[in-house]
Design a protein around this ligand. Structure first.
Ligand code: ARG
Length: 577
């Protein structure tokens, strides 16, 4: 991979540190500068290094600065306070940097990454709880692919276990009663509720349901057929949502819990043989020490119940086996609710200790917080029920439509509808992605559809404004993406610098699984573009031709950076709004 701007600067300073006898282990502490008056970057490591060498920090900083004098990268180095070094980059350097395919970033170390995401329970319809996993996971998939990794999507749907015995038994009953299975299944929530009532009220039915579970797990073809019928209908509902949300998930990404059925008993045997699992009250469990879990040992991992049944944990162990031993993945990213943190930690420990995962297999829990309503409580319908995801999406589309109609009264219904669904989906996704995934997130239609703040409408609108500059001048924006930019003004410098940071931001996002880094990046990009646009006229008649072209090039590059980053987040740009 080409070295990033950050890496280039780090190398320059590391060399200077080395020459001055500062140990390799002493950090340079290179940071983006917080304020423009402190330059573009700051190096704050001189103070700690001076302490180690027992010399005056300002003196050491001066030596570092004096050492770096022959560079065509750095414009200015200034020493501030006790020994901070402020770094300002050269305009011509930034210009070459951004005009050199700055958006093409490839990771040198290619990995095979499994992203486990979405994963609804098929017994019911997708609800808002599945939104975050779907949206965050999909962004991570796009980001990893962009960087050149080989990515495997895994939709680990819940399609196995006792609930499915109940549901197939109920399917038989409804089929006998009337032949309207499809109608019954059109609303899975209702279907599930009715089945549950039957299960709770009628002992005969409950026994039938239990018998179906056993037959299902034994591979009885008659019960499997019913189960397939149910699961396929439910998956159809999911696929509809994935398409509406414009996610990359396709039916073949669905590798649900049922897939691992045959691996469950071998996994238990393996863990028993290794002495990692032991019998406890008839169940088979893996116990942990405090050291294993970095804190309290808490509860064990139960992998087989007293009655022989397997659990969520067993399936996840089998899935690790499949992903590492058969698919040869070396990084597993699980986009799952924070409330499963203990489960994920336990899974990682068991997988590593047993050798099911390899010592170098990276297992990461890309955890996320709960989706809350504006009242600060978990997001619910007015009557307190769970909100179906499809209803939430449809409401967002409706609201976006109303808003677009108000802004553009002369648009045709078709134009309004097309933009409404695109804008609604973008807004739903961006609102989620722009928050640190670890925090609980307050869902608000008004906020996410607002044109102000770090929102999809704001960014998409910023993009259309750049497009309109070219439209107005009757120029093709693509013609300007590769022509050189000449930087003279501060606003041009700041905008170019920000574009030059793209690869650093993208790599960090991929490393830490934090899409909000990229959101912050484009939000700042849009702001810097506005400042540039205000202080550096482009189309005004008195602007010299070469300056005009250079500014158009910078605008085109900004648009491309915005578009590329939004696409990495699963958001399509629009040309007007
Ligand atoms: N189906 C689970 C749920 O709805 C999520 C599964 C996540 N993936 C996994 N490998 N455990 O909570």
């Amino acid at each position: 991979m080409q070295t990033t701007l950050f890496q280039i600067l780090e190398n320059i300073f590391r060399q200077a540190f080395n020459k001055l006898g500062i140990p390799e282990t002493t950090p340079i502490v290179l940071q983006e500068s917080g304020k423009p008056e402190f330059g573009d970057y700051q190096v704050n490591g001189a103070m700690a290094a001076a302490k180690q060498l027992k010399i005056n920090p300002r003196e050491l900083a001066t030596k570092i600065v004096n050492f770096i004098d022959d560079d065509n990268i750095i414009e200015k180095l200034e020493i501030a306070g006790p020994g901070f070094i402020n770094v300002t980059l050269r305009n011509d350097y930034l210009s070459t940097l951004i005009c050199n395919n700055i958006l093409e970033v490839h990771e040198t170390q290619k990995h095979k990454i499994v992203v486990d995401y979405s994963a609804p329970n098929l017994a019911k319809e997708m609800h808002v709880g599945h939104l975050r996993s779907t949206v965050i996971g999909d962004a991570l998939v796009r980001i990893f692919e962009y960087l050149g990794h080989s990515v495997i999507r895994r939709n680990h749907v819940g399609d196995w276990g006792t609930q499915f015995g109940m549901l197939t038994a109920f399917l038989v009953e409804t089929q006998q009663d009337n032949n309207e299975v499809l109608i019954a299944l059109s609303d899975l929530e209702v279907f599930y509720r009715q089945a549950k009532i039957r299960f709770d009220e009628d002992e005969v039915f409950a026994n039938k349901a239990r018998e179906y579970v056993v037959r299902l797990q034994a591979g009885d073809s008659e019960v499997l057929k019913l189960w397939h019928q149910f699961v396929n209908t439910s998956l159809g509902h999911c696929q509809q949502i994935y398409e509406k949300l414009n996610t990359k998930l396709i039916p073949s990404d669905v590798v649900g819990e049922s897939f691992y059925n045959d691996l469950l008993s071998p996994m238990v045997n393996l863990l028993m043989e290794k002495g990692l699992a032991v019998e406890s009250d008839g169940a088979k469990c893996v116990f942990f020490t405090e050291a294993d879990l970095g804190g309290k040992a808490e509860s064990p991992f139960i992998i087989q119940k007293k009655d022989g049944g397997y659990l969520y944990a067993t399936t996840d162990i089998a899935a690790v086996y499949d992903r590492v031993q058969r698919l040869n993945a070396d990084r597993l990213v699980y986009v799952i609710d924070s409330r499963q943190a203990l489960h994920m930690k336990q899974l990682a420990v068991v997988s590593k200790k047993s050798g099911i995962a390899r010592p170098n297999t990276v297992m990461e829990h890309a955890a996320f917080g709960t989706m809350m309503g504006e009242d600060g409580k978990p997001f619910k319908t007015r009557s307190g029920g769970t909100v179906k995801l499809i209803e939430l999406i449809d409401e967002a589309i409706e609201r976006a439509g109303d808003m677009i109609k108000l802004r553009n009264p002369d648009w045709s219904v078709e134009e309004i509808n097309t933009l409404a669904s695109s804008l609604a989906i973008s807004s739903i996704k961006y609102a989620d992605l722009s928050k640190n995934r670890l925090s609980d997130y307050v869902f608000s239609f008004d906020k996410m559809l607002s044109f102000e703040g770090n929102t999809a409408p704001y960014l998409l609108y910023a993009y259309t404004r750049i497009i309109s500059i070219f439209k107005k001048a009757e120029l093709n924006i693509n013609d300007f993406e590769n022509i050189p930019v000449r930087i003279n003004e501060v606003a041009e410098h700041n905008l170019a610098l920000h574009i030059a940071k793209f690869s650093d931001k993208l790599l960090l996002t991929a490393k830490e699984n934090y899409p909000h880094y990229l959101c912050m990046y484009i939000y700042e990009l849009a702001g810097l573009f506005m400042k540039f646009y205000e202080s550096c006229p482009i189309l005004r008649s008195d602007v010299e031709h070469s300056i005009k072209n250079s500014r158009l090039a910078l605008a085109a590059l900004t648009a491309k950076t915005l578009r590329t980053t939004l696409q990495l987040l699963g958001i399509d740009v629009v040309d007007r709004m």
